[in-house]
Ligand binder design. Structure first.
Ligand SMILES: [Mn+2]
Length: 416
């Protein structure tokens, strides 16, 4: 038996040797084929054709119907009366967004080009860009705004770069987000749904979504967005170039009432904050303009509005992700911004990446946790400057709860 075993073992070794040899031959043939392809001189235009193929989105857009409502980002104005008017008003009351209008706009509509024309000249090496997973957390979001976000990602993101879209349901209770949503997305490539089993808030919901992703880069989007053509490549290219850069797209306004897309190709604004830890928008300061060599270079930004950004998965983990003690919404954007800068990274806006966002009429849910979140950010990251924050937010005790009206308004101004 021992002898037999040895003979079997030598047969086995021979077999492995054979497999390795064949494997080596196939592999080296492959390699030399690749080298030939890369070294081959290409006729002008051939490379472009190749890139055109590589930038193909997950789904191609439906043929353009210019007569459709809201097409090319146009404003929708309806002359409603009676029952229809009442339905529209009800939808605004419920979502703080005119979802009556949204429901009438195609989930696949196109947006007009609103980026710096120089962005169109940029070329990307699609094969070497990192891949991404898009994480979209939602809570009781309307059907059409949520699904327009999903379709817009699928129809603007190159298939080769998009690993998946992960929808995270933060314990919604509306019926359309249950079985109907599951059925709908089961017919879509690359879309996954994960549900929280209790209300987690934005931070923990996003982390839950991120935990099932496989892409090199995590791209977080809000749940009522529309991506402009070419929005993804600049974010991924920048992260490839500088892995510790956290990069935000330019956030273009989509009107909550008419769904008009109000993007523009001018210089975007950057994020700041005041001593109440209220997020603020600012024009690009002179010193930053001087540092940039071109109008399509990234712009460093002290803070982010919070809803939309891309970060390398590895760097996100190096940063310790988010502060998981942040509740519901508000303040987490400043905490994360301070974290990035103080941990040696950089926070940037890429002028060639545009994403539309519906800023609601007013904040659709309670801000009661935002103050506590801001206090956490101040305590963790502001050292002695936290005293300035406390000075600007004199605490008043109301029924045992810390309360400051101004700070409760804070996230509202970020508008996400
Ligand atoms: Mn939002």
């Amino acid at each position: 038996m021992a002898h037999c075993g040895r003979r079997n073992r030598s047969k086995l070794l021979l077999f492995f040797f054979g497999v390795t040899l064949v494997g080596y031959l196939i592999f080296s043939r492959h390699n030399s084929a690749d080298v030939r392809v890369t070294n081959r001189r290409e006729a002008p235009g051939e490379r472009q054709l190749d890139n055109k193929e590589l930038k193909k989105p997950v789904y191609e857009r439906l043929p353009l119907d210019l007569n459709a409502l809201g097409e090319m980002g146009r404003a929708v104005k309806l002359n409603l009366n009676g029952e229809e008017k009442r339905k529209e008003e009800e939808s605004i009351k419920k979502h703080q967004i005119n979802t009556y209008v949204s429901d009438k706009v195609s989930l696949h509509r196109r947006l007009p080009e609103r980026w710096n024309p120089l962005c169109k000249e940029l070329k990307y090496d699609y094969r070497s860009l990192p891949t991404t997973s898009v994480v979209i957390a939602f809570y009781n979001e309307a059907w059409s705004t949520l699904l327009r976000t999903v379709h817009s990602v699928l129809e603007t993101s190159p298939d080769i770069l998009l690993k998946e879209v992960v929808l995270v349901d933060d314990y919604s209770d509306r019926a359309h987000l249950k079985e109907p949503l599951e059925k709908y997305i089961s017919g879509l490539r690359k879309v996954r749904l994960i549900r929280a089993t209790k209300r987690e808030g934005l931070v923990r919901a996003r982390l839950l979504g991120a935990s099932i992703t496989t892409g090199d880069v995590l791209t977080f989007l809000d749940c009522h967005c529309e991506c402009h053509e070419g929005w993804l490549e600049p974010l991924l290219h920048r992260i490839k170039e500088e892995p510790s850069a956290v990069v935000c797209p330019v956030i273009d306004v989509i009107d909550w009432n008419t769904f008009e897309y109000l993007g523009n190709s001018g210089e975007p604004q950057i994020g700041g904050f005041d001593w109440r830890l209220v997020f603020t928008w600012h024009v690009i300061p002179d010193y930053e303009q001087k540092r940039r060599r071109s109008s399509i270079d990234v712009i460093r930004s002290p803070t982010m509005a919070g809803g939309l950004f891309a970060v390398s998965r590895n760097y996100f983990h190096y940063l310790g992700t988010y502060d998981t003690g942040m509740e519901v919404w508000g303040g987490e954007n400043l905490e994360f911004s301070f974290r990035i800068w103080q941990c040696g990274g950089s926070l940037e806006v890429h002028p060639c990446s545009h994403v539309g966002h519906v800023f609601p009429k007013k904040a659709p849910y309670s801000r009661s946790k935002a103050l506590a979140n801001s206090v956490r950010a101040a305590e963790v990251w502001m050292d002695e400057y936290k005293e300035v924050y406390y000075h600007r937010n004199p605490p008043r005790t109301t029924g045992g709860l810390w309360r400051c009206e101004r700070a409760e308004e804070a996230p509202r101004e970020a508008g996400l």
